[in-house]
Design a protein around this ligand. Structure first.
Ligand code: NDP
Length: 328
């Protein structure tokens, strides 16, 4: 395994990590979750990603049980939670979601209980909350830092401007600003990581824990000829994702990428994850897997990403045609 610093922080994360969105509780029972996390840990993955909203808190509960059973040294792994969506779904009461000081602190305490840990290594604002002043968020996060309940805080799907605002407020009051952002990053979704955040990597030392390297499985080729019954896009409640992801143009690109992967003797998911790892601004890319065989396959990306030569990456660009245009 290879490790990268989370931006300019001292924390080291394995370049691939493991997250449980849609899988734990819904697709993966406790026994399989135990196997998946055990395999990941044995392969030296050291970061496990979670959120209050995943499976109404059940995802964190399952992960917590596994931490307890495994008796891993607490210092050997990094675990996150994210606050914003609440865990009651459509039954959230007004203060059970968002980024008020009240919800940030209560959600942290609840995540600690579910995950059965004394502190969260990483705590993310899962989305920006236009109804809460950013200063309230920064102070609430710093309160948790001071209490030792979280070690680093960050954002997910915030704009560069919103992250800078939080950073400047933190500077003004000698507080700690956001260390990391969790954006989507894959062959279909590049603007934020490759363009929008570019100034922030050097100016504030932003780290990234990027999500959906396979665009929810689209970049495995599994949706080329319809929706397999045991796949994410067949799950009830995820029709919106199917609408967003599957277009004839994208499927054509996936098929062309598949030919490149075949030419170099690797699978398409390995190519797609390896491509993400080639970007040094990716501190870690979070893998999802509903089966052990997926995790086993996908981890090969760690070994092969350095073999994606400029020529291969140019072939990929020629297919994708979505290289963000950078300002001079
Ligand atoms: P991916 O884009 O890698 O999708 C993972 C899914 O693709 C798997 O669950 C599986 O779904 C399918 N898959 C994976 N590998 C293979 C394979 N080799 N062959 C065939 N199918 C495969 O990542 P996720 O979208 O799961 O995101 C990863 C993590 O990122 C999440 O668990 C979560 O922790 C985090 N995340 C954060 C978000 C945020 O807003 N901050 C948003 C989304 C994710 P299946 O078998 O069901 O088809």
């Amino acid at each position: 395994m290879e490790y990268r610093r989370l931006g300019q922080s001292g924390l080291q994360l394995s370049i691939v990590s493991y997250g449980s969105w849609t899988t734990f509780h819904q697709q993966v029972d406790e026994k399989l979750a135990d196997e998946l996390m055990g395999y990941a840990y044995d392969q030296d993955i050291n970061f496990f990603d979670n959120a209050e909203g995943y499976a109404h808190g059940e995802s964190e509960r399952i992960m917590g049980k596994i931490f307890k059973q495994k008796h891993w040294e607490r210092s050997s792994f990094v675990v996150s939670s994210k606050v914003f969506f609440g865990w009651h779904g459509k039954d959230n009461k007004p203060n059970q979601k968002g980024l008020s000081r009240k919800h940030i602190i209560e959600a942290c305490n609840e995540a600690l209980q579910r995950l059965q840990v004394e502190y969260l290594d990483l705590y993310f604002c899962h989305r920006p909350d236009p109804e809460t002043p950013v200063a309230e968020v920064v102070w609430a996060m710093n309160h948790l830092l001071q209490q030792g309940k979280i070690l680093y805080w960050g954002t997910s799907e915030w704009s560069a401007g919103q992250i800078m605002e939080a950073h400047m407020i933190a500077e003004r009051y000698h507080l700690i600003g956001p260390t990391m952002e969790q954006p989507e990053y894959n062959l279909f979704n590049r603007e934020k990581v490759e363009k929008e955040f570019l100034p922030l990597y050097s100016s504030i030392g932003l780290g990234t824990t990027t999500w959906s390297p396979l665009a929810s499985g689209l970049l495995t080729g599994k949706y080329n000829a319809g929706i397999p019954r045991d796949s994410r896009l067949a799950l009830p409640g995820y029709e919106w994702l199917k609408e967003k992801l599957i277009t004839p143009e994208k499927i054509e690109k996936v098929k062309a990428l598949q030919r490149i992967a075949e030419d170099i003797g690797i699978s398409l998911p390995v190519l797609a994850i390896a491509w993400c790892l080639c970007n040094p601004h990716v501190s870690t890319t979070i893998l999802g897997a509903s089966k052990l065989s997926q995790l086993q396959e996908n981890l090969k990306a760690v070994e092969v990403y350095r073999q994606l030569t400029p020529e291969i990456r140019q072939r990929i660009e020629t297919v994708m045609q979505n290289n963000p245009v950078l300002p001079h």
